[in-house]
Write a protein of this length. Structure first.
Ligand code: BGC
Length: 775
């Protein structure tokens, strides 16, 4: 049996001087123990006894996960839901919150159903609960695992006070296609970084005791390969070689499972001909047998029903297929509830299949402590004290500022002076409701500050701020409507484009500097928000060109849920700050960075292409047999394009600072080492600028000769360090044979002796290199 093993933590990293960030120091003090083991024999005895009393209908009822109807009806519990709960036909409820509603709903199960089995309550708690942090792609740009873990801890603290005990998070889908709107919900393109973040998120959500009243059970999603949808179109087919799956796409799910995630969610997509939700190989052979997963498997929203459109049969057939593949809980579609009994009678599923799924659901509830106290997650008092607590909001501001990526800063246009007049222009300048970003279902959209409001509050009377809209979000009104759903408002201005630009130019002319807040609205990324054109919308680009023509210095603040193609902007605009969607405190955090209270340190975790035609583009690609010669961008009969070079606009790991960093050559402790031994790879990093700053020091390797082709670079370790102006620090990475392992053609996890390169730098392109041998 091949076991998928994440490159171990064998890369220990030592610093000559301790240099963890503020957030890391705070979190590191907390015990990072493994999750408290549930007493398995006690759990088994309890569930055996309970299941012995259950009818088949009651067992099937546990597999049913309807919604609370909150979003549609506004009522706590629909009558239909109420009668189903009382009849023992519901195992959990999705998207129903607040202690009062959850308690009332739980009472229906605990006081009125025959066996009094408590319900589990789940929701999408993705990047915060009411205190929203940056969207996950932004969070990953912090490269700060302790900080990310703490955001998940805070999210769990708030959500668990409000009645929830199950989070549909973390989303760990690797994506190398920014057309896909859901790239915003994950940690980008890299397997190693994605795996580290997946584990950090699970630790943060689950803490070290699932039964504690302030932790949530994680639900890792979307299993699997959802981020590799063909053409970047949401829900689309995935077709992938096994070695790519095992080496690149599966490790983050496995890392989350290894970190103790209590549940996993199946994805919507087809995988090599069998959709994930009906894929026995995926859900049973890989997940349970190879990885030893012991938790609960839930589907995505109506994913079983969608198997009908995938062409796998009618509802009865696809429900039976999913159960047999390894699904335990059916989200919303009620295929299990309405067909499994019939399938049992007809011999299409066995009672053992139903028992297995029922046991997994009951075990999840047991681990959460719900049989001891079904109301433990409902606390008005805690909700009042903890939700939107000041320290959560302060931390959200710090995190948002860490997530922003400075893409360009010619002639040190940034940071801005806290004096004079600033013209803040653009459709993203005065919209608070777009700040939280996608999947922020609990955000208080009406009370989230816009950038304009945040600037006004932070800068007070020191800076005069002028504002005009400048342009609509999109020229096409129907497109703008699709891009501003769910209360994420950017009202349209019906004046002509020329009139809006003229007004903005007048405003700009009265200012010392222009801040252009442009890009996507928050609903232009996320679920069902794929795009084929990744430019800043043309109407906004025309505004930007007009602002540049005024001759005033222009700072472009890019709002985006994905890498945009900023090729024109890179060529024409002096300063570009990419701010994603930064959450509840985004407005203040952007102000902090623009005006120099925080020095930006974010680094992109997904390659920014020059144009859409380069997609998929990612740093850890393979070589071809006809690579370009160094320094060339086109050679006939070599692997390239006629119309654009192969290089991305900004490489993976890239991001500037208001200061600058110099890297020494790499020092190796030896030129060759063998399994069981390790190699120290060190560099000295110096802050050569005038300001303190943080730098993410990145270690990559290349396996020069392999039994299968190997990527040109693979991230193996990183460390975020902080340096005062003029200060130097030595960063030492320890590399072992374990870190050089990969899945070979037979899916054996091996390190192959031979020659390797090590690269160290501040991004995946600008690196120092050295060569070593694994003996
Ligand atoms: C999404 C999931 C989400 C679920 C429940 C689905 O449409 O794909 O990510 O967890 O809805 O909200």
């Amino acid at each position: 049996m091949n076991k998928l093993i994440i490159p171990s933590m064998a890369i220990a990293l030592m610093m000559a001087v301790p240099c963890t960030t503020q957030a890391q120091r705070k979190v590191d003090k907390k015990p990072t123990l493994a999750i408290k083991p549930t007493d398995k024999s006690k759990m088994k005895a309890f569930i055996d006894e309970l299941m012995a009393k259950m009818t088949v209908d009651e067992k099937i009822g546990q597999l049913n996960l309807p919604t609370g109807g909150e979003a549609t009806t506004g009522s706590a519990v629909s009558t239909d839901l109420e009668s189903k709960i009382k009849a023992g036909q519901v195992g959990g409820v999705f998207s129903l919150t607040t202690p009062d509603r959850v308690r009332k709903t739980q009472e229906l199960a605990v006081n009125h159903s025959r066996l009094k089995i408590p319900l589990i309550f789940g929701q999408d708690v993705i990047h915060g609960y009411k205190t929203l942090f940056p969207i996950p792609l932004g969070l990953s740009a912090t490269w700060d695992l302790a900080l990310i873990e703490k955001t998940a801890r805070i999210a769990a603290t708030e959500a668990s006070a409000d009645g929830l005990n199950w989070a549909y998070s973390p989303m760990v889908d690797i994506s190398r296609d920014p057309r896909w709107g859901r790239i915003s919900e994950g940690s980008g393109e890299d397997t190693y970084l994605g795996s580290q973040i997946a584990a950090a998120m699970v630790r943060g959500l689950q803490g070290n005791d699932l039964a504690a009243n302030n932790t949530l059970m994680a639900c890792v999603k979307h299993f699997a390969l959802y981020g590799a949808a063909e053409a970047g179109r949401d829900y689309n087919t995935t077709d992938m070689s096994l070695h790519r799956m095992y080496n690149d796409y599966l490790p983050p799910y496995k890392a989350a499972v290894d970190a103790g995630a209590g549940s996993i969610m199946t994805s919507f997509n087809d995988i090599n001909g069998v959709p994930a939700t009906a894929n026995h190989w995926l859900l049973t052979d890989v997940l349970r047998k190879q990885w030893g997963f012991k938790g609960m498997v839930a589907t995505d929203y109506t994913a079983i029903n969608e198997l009908i459109d995938h062409g796998l049969g009618d509802l009865q057939q696809v429900s039976a297929l999913s159960l047999k593949a390894g699904v335990d809980m059916d989200m919303v579609g009620e295929g299990f509830l309405t067909t499994l009994k019939k399938s049992l009678q007809e011999g299409k599923v066995s009672e053992a299949d139903i028992d297995r799924a029922c046991r997994n659901v009951l075990e999840a509830k047991y681990k959460l402590g719900l049989f001891d106290d079904p109301y433990k997650y409902c606390s008005e008092e805690r909700a009042k004290k903890e939700i939107l607590a000041k320290e959560h909001l302060d931390f959200a501001r710090e995190v948002a500022a860490q997530s922003f990526v400075l893409l360009k800063n010619e002639n040190n246009v940034l940071p801005l002076k806290k004096s004079g007049t600033v013209a803040l222009i653009g459709p993203l300048a005065n919209t608070g409701s777009n700040m939280p970003g996608t999947w922020s279902v609990n955000a208080d959209l009406k009370n989230t500050q816009s950038l304009l409001e945040g600037m006004q509050e932070v800068l007070g009377s020191n800076v005069k701020i002028l504002h005009s809209l400048g342009s609509n979000l999109l020229e096409d009104a129907a497109y703008q409507e699709r891009a501003t759903m769910f209360g994420r408002e950017i009202p349209r201005d019906n004046r002509s484009e020329e009139a809006l630009i003229q007004e903005a130019v007048k405003t700009a002319q009265q200012a010392d500097v222009v801040v252009a807040a442009l890009g996507e609205s928050s609903e232009m990324s996320g679920e069902s928000s794929s795009r084929t054109d990744l430019n800043i919308p043309a109407v906004q680009q025309r505004l930007l060109a007009a602002l540049l023509k005024t001759g005033k210095p222009v700072v472009l603040v890019v709002f985006a849920g994905r890498p945009l193609t900023l090729t024109w902007e890179q060529a024409h605009v002096p300063a570009i700050l990419n701010v994603w969607f930064g959450g509840t405190q985004a407005a203040k955090a952007i102000t902090d960075v623009l005006f120099g209270d925080v020095n930006p340190s974010g680094k992109i975790t997904a390659t920014f292409p020059k144009n859409v035609g380069q997609i998929p583009i990612y740093y850890s690609h393979k070589n071809t047999g006809r690579p370009l010669a160094e320094g060339k961008w086109f050679q006939k009969f070599r692997s390239n394009y006629l119309d654009v070079d192969n290089e991305p606009l900004y490489p993976f790991g890239y991001g500037l600072s208001y200061t600058s960093f110099a890297y020494s050559d790499i020092k190796l402790s030896k030129n060759a080492f063998s399994a069981g031994d390790s190699l120290a790879v060190s560099v000295t990093v110096t802050n050569t600028g005038k300001m303190a700053g943080k730098e993410v020091v990145q270690l990559y390797t290349q396996d020069l000769v392999g039994s299968i082709t190997r990527p040109v670079k693979e991230l193996k370790a990183f460390q975020k360090i902080e340096l005062k102006a003029g200060e130097s620090k030595q960063v030492v990475f320890h590399l072992s044979a374990e870190d050089l392992k990969f899945y070979n053609a037979d899916l054996q996890y091996v390190a192959e002796p031979g020659d390797f390169k090590a690269f160290v730098g501040g991004n995946s392109r600008d690196v120092k290199e050295a060569q070593f041998k694994l003996q």
